[in-house]
Every structure is written in C-alpha cells, then in structure tokens.
Design a protein around this ligand. Structure first.
Ligand SMILES: [Zn+2]
Ligand SMILES: [Zn+2]
Length: 294
C-alpha cells in the first residue's frame, strides 16, 4: 500500500534535469518592480479608488493598512472579507458568517464549525495544508481582479499584494513564518500569449513586503492544461494531474507560501502541493486574493 502511494506521488511530479519550459529566460518580459515604481512617479496609484474610480479621502486614518491608500472607504466596506469563522484549511466561510454580501443558496452553506474548524470537504486528507483568501470572488473586487488577470492592469498587483500581506499578518505569528514563496506557473505558451503571469507579479510584491525569498523559476507547468473556468468541479483535478514539475536545483524546503490570484476548488494548488511534498516539502499554504464559493 505504501509502495503504491509512493509511486502515485512520484507520478504527480515529474522531476526534470533542466528547465524544459525555459521560463527562467522569460521570467519578467514586461514587468519589473523597478519599472512599476518609475511608472508610479508619473502616474501615482493613490489618486482615485481602483474599484469605483471615485475620489479618495485626502488623508487616510493613521491606523489604516497600506492598501487603504488605494481604495475608498465605501468600497472597502463593500468587500466580502473572509473573516472568522472560516474553514482553517480552505478559507470557505462557515455558516454563521454568511451575510448579505454572500447571497448563496441554502444548499451550499456549510454547517457550523467542527471542533477543529474544518468544513466537511477538508476533513479528508489533502497535500495542501491550507488556503488563505482575502475575500470572496464577488462584487466589488471581482471586476478589478478580472482586469488584473486578463486586461494588462498589472499595476493592481501591488494593491492586491498589500491586501494579501495584511491577511497573513492577521494570523498568529507562528502561522506567518515561511522559508520561501512560490507562485502558480503558467504554461510557457500561455505566458507568451498573456505577456505576464499574474501570480508571479503578486509573489514579487509579497516577497518584498513580507521579506520572504521568492523563487520564480522553481515550479514549471509542463502540461498545457485547459482553462479551469471552462471546467466543472469534477473535471478540474484530472486536468491538472501531472501538470507540474520542480526545477532540479530546488532545495528541500520546510514551509512554502504558494501564491495565486483566485482559489476555486483547489485542484491546481493540490496538484502543486502533491508535487512539492513528493520532493520533501513539509508544509504548503496557498495565499490568494479571492475565493470562489463552489
Ligand atoms: Zn471606491
Ligand atoms: Zn474547508
């Protein structure tokens, strides 16, 4: 049985002798933090709210988190933040928390928290130890996240990364410590088409903000998978099976913070986590901007 499990694990992550995607050479074709900083000198980000395009207050409260310099108080109030109680593994809000911001039908509401604060789905074993999401993938942030991902609004990476950093800082200190940041990679063909990987941009800012080293070339997407938003829940795991590889030089690492923009079923995160665990990683937490309620 343990042999079988081992061989399955090995299959989930194909070790490569060299980077087959050549991603190291196309790491940042259109984006660098320096270029973005220079752009901000001429086009400051804190002129209008990046959700409603309305004016920002002249002065933010001194206790405000850094992202509040870029969003108006009205929009901040409208965001369906994921707050306690939520599942400690996948961040799905548990029954009591659902408010008028989360108009989901009764049948998908989760029951009250178990003693370990896990939703029913997360009581089964998973290679991914935890997903943390800032808010639900709903109005008013949904449009901005979509524009960030598909319409070249790369400057939003900084604001989203500040929100994600704040989420991490809200946790107990021991849950904030990571050895390394990785981001969910795109296949090289999709990266060429899009010109940037939104998860990579977030990871760069988070690395600076959290002072945790980021290894952009460690994970490689070796299989060209179908776009997940075209697939049903049950089609997602098979779509990303064997899709990821680790660079040969990646060291055995204890705690990894994996970055992506949106968490839906966790199929991608779990495929990557299986790959990392087969190479000896101890613990993997995913951090995403938004979580879809599926
Ligand atoms: Zn606003
Ligand atoms: Zn859960």
């Amino acid at each position: 049985m343990s042999e079988m499990r081992k061989s399955n694990k090995d299959k989930s992550c194909k070790s490569k002798k060299k980077h087959p995607s050549g991603e190291s050479s196309i790491k940042e074709p259109f984006f660098s933090l320096y270029r973005e900083a220079l752009m901000e000198l001429f086009f400051p980000l804190n002129v209008y709210c990046h959700i409603c395009k309305g004016p920002l207050p002249k002065t933010a409260p001194t206790s405000a988190a850094a992202y509040q310099a870029y969003l108006c108080p009205f929009c901040i109030d409208e965001i369906p933040w994921i707050e306690e109680p939520y599942c400690k593994k996948c961040s799905i809000p548990l029954f009591e928390h659902l408010t008028e911001h989360t108009p989901y039908p009764e049948e998908i509401l989760r029951p009250l928290p178990s003693p370990k604060d896990l939703c029913p789905e997360c009581r089964a074993d998973s290679p991914l130890d935890r997903n943390l999401s800032v808010c639900l993938y709903e109005k008013p942030l949904k449009k901005a996240i979509y524009a960030f991902k598909y319409s070249d609004k790369t400057y939003l990476a900084r604001i989203f990364a500040l929100m994600m950093a704040e989420k991490l800082r809200s946790l107990p200190r021991e849950d904030q410590a990571f050895d390394r940041i990785l981001s969910v990679p795109l296949h090289k063909k999709r990266l060429r088409r899009r010109g940037y990987n939104q998860a990579d941009l977030l990871a760069k800012y988070l690395s600076t903000e959290l002072k945790i080293p980021y290894d952009p070339g460690a994970l490689i997407r070796i299989k060209e998978t179908r776009t997940m938003n075209q697939l049903s829940k049950s089609q997602r795991s098979p779509n990303v099976r064997d899709a990821f590889s680790l660079s040969k030089s990646f060291p055995k690492t204890e705690k990894i913070l994996l970055i992506d923009d949106i968490y839906t079923t966790g199929a991608t995160a779990k495929a990557i986590a299986a790959c990392l665990k087969s190479h000896g990683t101890g613990h993997i937490t995913m951090l995403s901007i938004a979580r879809v309620m599926l």
